[in-house]
Design a protein around this ligand. Structure first.
Ligand code: ATP
Length: 602
C-alpha cells in the first residue's frame, strides 16, 4: 500500500460495527465486577438526582404555599442529603471508571506493542512509522475514552432521559407532549449539522497529525534542510498545513457556536410553551405552583442529556475508526513465524546452502531474487558485490529469515531454516548494518544488547577487541556514558565499532555485515579494519562489501546482478575470467582506492 493510499484509508470514518463493539466489550470482561458495581452506582446516582425536583415541589406546595415551616426544613435537609449522597457516589464512580479505563488502556497498548514487535518486515514496508505510532497512542486513547467516558455517559444520560420522560408523562402527559413538540426540530438540526461538525473536527485532527509529521521530519532532516537552505520552502509548506488546521478548527468552532446555542434555543421554546400553558392552568387552579416549577426543572435537565447522547454517538463512530485500525494490526499474523512443532536449531558450525531460492517482495512485484544456488562452507568469508538494487540485501533478508523465500530453501548446517525456531536461528547469526542502530541508554547497555547476562569482564574484553575501549576511556562516565537516541553523539565509525562489540559479545557463528560506504578518517578506518579481523575470526561471514581489501580477502566473491548470481569465485579467478567483476574492479574499486589514497595523502 502506498503512503497516499494509506492516508486515504486513515481518513475514512467507520460505520457502527457490532463485531468491533463485541471485541471492545471483551476488554471490559476482566473488570466485569467493577463495571457492574459502577453501573449500579450510576443508576442510584441518577435516581437521587431525579428526586430533587420532587423535593422542590414538596417544599413549594407543602411548605411555602401551605405556610408549613417543617415541610421546608424537611425538604431542605433531604435536598442536602441527596447532594451529599450524590457527591460521594460520584467520587467513587469517577475513580472506579477512570482506574478501570486506565487498566484497559494499559492492556490494549501493551498488547499492541507486543504484537507489533512480532510482526514481519513486510508489515512495516510502506507503512509510515508515524502512522503506526499514532495507532499506539491516539487510537488506543480513542477506544479508552469510549469505554471510559462514552459508555458511562451513555448509561448515565440514558437513565436520566428515561427517568425524566417517565415522570413527565406520568405527571401530566398533555404538558409533557407539548414540551416534546420541539423534538422533531431538534432532531432535524442535530442530524443535519452533527456530521458537518464531526468532519470539521476530523479534518482538524488530521491536519494536526500532518503538522506533527512535518515537525518530526524537519527535526530528523535538519542537517539536510540547512545544508540545502530549504528553510524558506519548508516554511511555505508548513504554513500551508498550519493554515489548513486553523481553517478546520475555525469551521468546527463556527458550526458549534451556531448549532449548540440553537439547540438550547429550541429547547427553551419547548420550556416556554410549558411555562405559558402551565401558568394558565395554575391560574385556573388546575395545577399547583410547586408542580409547574418541578416540571420545568425536569425540562431543564432534559436537553442536556440529549446533546450528550448525540456527542457519545460521534465518539462511538470515531472509536469505530480507531478500532478498525487497531484490530487491523492485532489481526495481522506475523508472516514469518515458528512452524508448529519447530525445533530449536542446535549449535551450528556455520555452513550455508541456498537451494534455488527465488523471492519477490509482494505478489504483484517483480522477482528480486531468481534461483539463487549457493554452497558456503563453515568459516568462509563471502563478499557480495553488485550494482545498487541488485538484490544483495535481499539475500541477507533470506538468511536472517526476515522474509521467507517465495520458492526454494535456505539451509544452515543442513537444517531448513523454516523448520527451526526463529529465536534459535537469529541468536546464532550476528548482523551489523551500515548505519548501526544505537539505542538511547548507556554504552554498556548497548553492548549488552548482544548478551543480556554478559559480565562486566566480558563486556570490557569485547570492547577491547573491537577497539572501543579507547573511546570509552575518553568519556568521564566510561561505560555508563549515556548515548542519545540513535547514538547521535557518536561518529559513524564509533557507532560501527560499538555495533561490532555488540555482535562480538553475542558470539554468533554466522556474521552478516553491510559495510559502511561513508568514508571515515584513516585512523578510524584502521580501527575498523582491525576490529573487523577480530570479529570475522572463525565465523562464516557474508559481507555486502564496498572496500577493496574486504573483497580481495574474501574466499568467495558473489557478483549479483538483477537478482541472479552473475559470477562467483575468488578475486584471482574472477579477474582471470575477465567478466563483470574484472570490469568493476578496474573501473571502480581501483579508482576508489587511488582516490582514498590521495585523500589521505598516503
Ligand atoms: N521492502 C521492500 N519492498 C519492496 N521492494 C523492495 C523492498 N526492499 C527492496 N526492494 C526492491 O528489491 C530490489 C533489491 O533490493 P536490495 O535492497 O536487495 O538491493 P541491494 O542490492 O541491496 O541494493 P543497495 O546496494 O542499494 O543496498 C530493489 O529493486 C528494491 O527496490
Amino acid at each position: 500500500m502506498s503512503q497516499h493510499e494509506w492516508e486515504a484509508e486513515e481518513e475514512r470514518e467507520k460505520p457502527f460495527n457490532k463485531e468491533y463493539m463485541r471485541r471492545m466489550f471483551g476488554y471490559l470482561k476482566p473488570h466485569r465486577r467493577t463495571m457492574t458495581f459502577v453501573s449500579v452506582i450510576v443508576v442510584v446516582n441518577m435516581l437521587l438526582s431525579l428526586a430533587e425536583p420532587i423535593l422542590i415541589r414538596y417544599a413549594i406546595d407543602e411548605g411555602m404555599v401551605a405556610r408549613n415551616l417543617w415541610a421546608i426544613h424537611i425538604a431542605g435537609i433531604a435536598l442536602l442529603g441527596l447532594r451529599l449522597g450524590g457527591w460521594l457516589l460520584s467520587t467513587l464512580q469517577i475513580r472506579l471508571v477512570n482506574f478501570t479505563g486506565q487498566r484497559i488502556l494499559f492492556a490494549l497498548r501493551q498488547e499492541l506493542f507486543n504484537h507489533l514487535q512480532s510482526l514481519s518486515f513486510r508489515f512495516f514496508d510502506g507503512r509510515p512509522a508515524g502512522k503506526i505510532m499514532s495507532r499506539i497512542t491516539n487510537d488506543t486513547n480513542a477506544i479508552g475514552e469510549l469505554i471510559n467516558g462514552g459508555l458511562i455517559t451513555l448509561l448515565m444520560e440514558a437513565t436520566h432521559l428515561i427517568g425524566i420522560v417517565v415522570i413527565l408523562l406520568y405527571w401530566d402527559w398533555k404538558l409533557a407532549l407539548m414540551a416534546f413538540t420541539v423534538l422533531p426540530f431538534l432532531y432535524l438540526i442535530v442530524s443535519r449539522f452533527r456530521p458537518k461538525i464531526e468532519s470539521a473536527w476530523l479534518r482538524s485532527r488530521h491536519t494536526i497529525s500532518a503538522i506533527n509529521g512535518n515537525v518530526n521530519e524537519t527535526i530528523q532532516g535538519i542537517r539536510v534542510i540547512q545544508a540545502f537552505s530549504r528553510q524558506e520552502e519548508n516554511d511555505r509548506r508548513f504554513h500551508e498545513i498550519n493554515s489548513r488546521n486553523r481553517k478546520a478548527f475555525m469551521k468546527a468552532i463556527s458550526l458549534e457556536s451556531f448549532v449548540w446555542p440553537l439547540v438550547e434555543l429550541i429547547g427553551m421554546i419547548g420550556t416556554c410553551l410549558v411555562v405559558w400553558y402551565g401558568a394558565m392552568r395554575v391560574i385556573n387552579g388546575d395545577l399547583s405552583v410547586g408542580f409547574i416549577v418541578a416540571f420545568i426543572n425536569y425540562l431543564w435537565r432534559f436537553w442536556g442529556p440529549l446533546s450528550s447522547l448525540s456527542k457519545v454517538y460521534s465518539q462511538l463512530l470515531s472509536a469505530m475508526a480507531s478500532a478498525d485500525r487497531i484490530f487491523e494490526i492485532l489481526d495481522t499474523k506475523p508472516e514469518v513465524r515458528d512452524m508448529p512443532g519447530a525445533r530449536p536449531l542446535p549449535p551450528i558450525r556455520g555452513s550455508v546452502v541456498f537451494d534455488q531460492v527465488s523471492f519477490r517482495y509482494a505478489p504483484d512485484k517483480p522477482e528480486v531474487l531468481r534461483s539463487i544456488q549457493l554452497d558456503i562452507k563453515a568459516g568462509q568469508r563471502i563478499a557480495i558485490v553488485g550494482p545498487t538494487g541488485a538484490g544483495k540485501s535481499t539475500i541477507i533478508n533470506m538468511l536472517m529469515r526476515f522474509y521467507d523465500p517465495t520458492s526454494g530453501r535456505v539451509l544452515i548446517d543442513g537444517h531448513d531454516i523454516k523448520e527451526v525456531s526463529l529465536a534459535s536461528l537469529r541468536s546464532q547469526i550476528g548482523i551489523v548494518l551500515q548505519d548501526s542502530f544505537i539505542f538511547s541508554g548507556t554504552i554498556e547497555e548497548n553492548l549488552r544488547y548482544g548478551k543480556k547476562d554478559a559480565t562486566m569482564e566480558e563486556i570490557e574484553r569485547a570492547a577491547r577487541s573491537v577497539r572501543i575501549d579507547r573511546l570509552v576511556e575518553k568519556f568521564p562516565d566510561g561505560y555508563q556514558t549515556q548515548v542519545e537516541e540513535r547514538g547521535s553523539m557518536l561518529s559513524v565509525g564509533q557507532r560501527q565499532l560499538l555495533a561490532f562489540g555488540r555482535v562480538l559479545l553475542a558470539d554468533p557463528k554466522i556474521l552478516i555485515l553491510d559495510e559502511a560506504t561513508s568514508s571515515v578518517d584513516t585512523e578510524t578506518e584502521q580501527h575498523i579494519q582491525e576490529a573487523l579481523n577480530v570479529l570475522l575470526e572463525g565465523r562464516t561471514a557474508f559481507i555486502i562489501a564496498h572496500r577493496l581489501s574486504t573483497i580481495r580477502d574474501a574466499d568467495v566473491i558473489l557478483v549479483i546482478e538483477q537478482g541472479q548470481i552473475a559470477e562467483s569465485g575468488s578475486h584471482e579467478e574472477l579477474l582471470a575470467h575477465g567478466g563483470i567483476y574484472a570490469n568493476l574492479y578496474y573501473n571502480q574499486f581501483l579508482m576508489q582506492q587511488s582516490l582514498a589514497k590521495k585523500a589521505s595523502g598516503t
